[in-house]
Ligand binder design. Structure first.
Ligand SMILES: Nc1ncnc2c1ncn2[C@@H]1O[C@H](COP(=O)(O)OP(=O)(O)OP(=O)(O)O)[C@@H](O)[C@H]1O
Length: 257
């Protein structure tokens, strides 16, 4: 596991709901984003907008740059060039404020293996300045079905159980924007039902989300907009409500060829 605190360690204690964000209707605004590793360009020129309260599925072949894009949005990775705004905040200058608005669920859980479930939540809750953090942690552990494991160390849990705790960690500060990297992998049917209901609650509260998946059916079911990343650019975008699975499969094959 990589350093669990790498996303959060730089976050200073602050009110859980800071009144920040320029007056914009956009949750995400990305222009001319470029990012490479060494000589290899991964994101060549990404343009992407997500309105507040909307849900977007980010599709693309293995290695297309989906995780890289999410990591830039969370501040875990820096943009090469271009502009990235979250709720009107510039990722270059206002990363601390952005981190307080964003909840990230990734392949890595970003939890301390040697701490217990509850200790992890208390630690991250305090980092985010969550008020009544113990009560909030208890409610969330019940919500994700892990209240009986509160005093177990993370390393003693199964992968799916760790993923549930990672969800509780990501939701502690009631983020306005959820960034989810393949939230549908590694979970059993109950886990998937749980994720669906957590996402529905987040949307009902007016939250926004961007998630990656390789499951085209789920992409349509869980989103308002579908985006496909290929060749370092957004090559396809469509409203989910008016898109059939067959059409998406056809377009996906076309643009990721
Ligand atoms: N830290 C890094 N150093 C070097 N190359 C990297 C690094 N992170 C990602 N890459 C490269 O960037 C490219 C995009 O990777 P990324 O993980 O963003 O793809 P992805 O679309 O999320 O793929 P998948 O669907 O397989 O999860 C890949 O070729 C990967 O090898």
């Amino acid at each position: 596991m990589s350093r669990p605190g790498e996303q959060m360690a730089a976050v200073q204690p602050a009110p859980a709901h800071p009144d920040v964000g320029a007056p914009t209707a956009l949750a995400i605004e990305i222009s001319n984003l470029k990012k490479g590793f060494g000589l290899k360009p991964v994101l060549r020129n990404v343009q992407l907008m997500l309105s507040r309260g909307q849900r977007m599925a980010l599709l693309g072949a293995n290695g297309a740059g989906k995780t890289t894009l999410l990591r830039i949005l969370t501040g875990l990775s820096k943009a090469g060039s271009g502009t990235v705004r979250v709720y009107g905040l510039d990722s270059h200058y206002e990363l601390q404020e952005i981190r307080r608005l964003v909840g990230f669920v990734a392949h890595q859980p970003y939890l301390y293996e040697e701490l217990t479930v509850l200790e992890n939540l208390l630690f991250f809750g305090k980092l985010y300045g969550v008020t009544h953090v113990r009560e909030r942690a208890t409610v969330l552990l019940q919500r994700v079905g892990m209240e009986r494991r509160a005093n177990d160390r993370i390393r003693a849990l199964s992968r799916g159980q760790v993923q549930r705790v990672a969800w509780a960690r990501a939701l502690l500060h009631e983020p306005r924007l959820l960034l989810l990297d393949e939230p549908d992998t590694g979970l059993d049917q109950h886990g998937n039902d749980l994720v669906e209901s957590l996402l529905a609650e987040h949307t009902e509260r007016g939250g926004s989300m961007l998630f990656t998946t390789h499951n085209l059916e789920r992409a349509i079911a869980w989103s308002d907009q579908i985006v496909i990343l290929a060749g370092g650019r957004v090559t396809y975008q469509h409203e989910s409500a008016t898109l059939s699975l067959e059409e998406l499969q056809r377009r996906y094959r076309e643009v990721t060829r």
